[in-house]
Design a binder for this molecule. Sequence first.
Ligand SMILES: [Mg+2]
Ligand SMILES: [Zn+2]
Length: 189
Amino acid sequence: MTALRPAAFIDRDGVLNEDRGYVFRREDFVWMPGAQRALARLNQAGFALVVVTNQSGVGRGLYSWQDMLALHAQMAQDLQPLGLQFTAIMACPHHPEAAVAEYRQACNCRKPQPGMVLQAAQAHGLDLSASWLFGDKAGDITAGRRAGVGHCWLIGSAEDAQASGADGASDSLLQAVTSGPCATRPHAT
Ligand SMILES: [Mg+2]
Ligand SMILES: [Zn+2]
């Protein structure tokens, strides 16, 4: 039996890239300052990098699942020079009122539901209690809590962190990583 690995579950829009609303074009995907460095720190500290993103724009018919995959491939390519790889990019295309019939459902993966976190944990042998989740919305925090993620951190104000039940808040992913997981596990392998 192999040991479970801790993960960093990371929201996409508003944490890794600027949230411009239903981002799917490469030219609209703008990395947040320090986000790539934060991923490198997490990787170095031994965390599996897992993106968890609600993409109801697919269900709403604003862009296709293929469009989204192409953007995610581009993200992965941006990280290649840094020697970084996502363990998984989990995306939920559903919405209860989706225009596209096949995606119209109240699913268990759309945050604040914990489905994406739980699926990734099972597929990749992740230790949820030793993991961190980073998100910019209350729904991210709730999803992490419901899944049993040990540390749920808001990228936002301290006030919003308190309202969402987060363990704390930082202005950016890099700040969060530096004061959180990489402060306690500086050079784990
Ligand atoms: Mg977000
Ligand atoms: Zn879903």
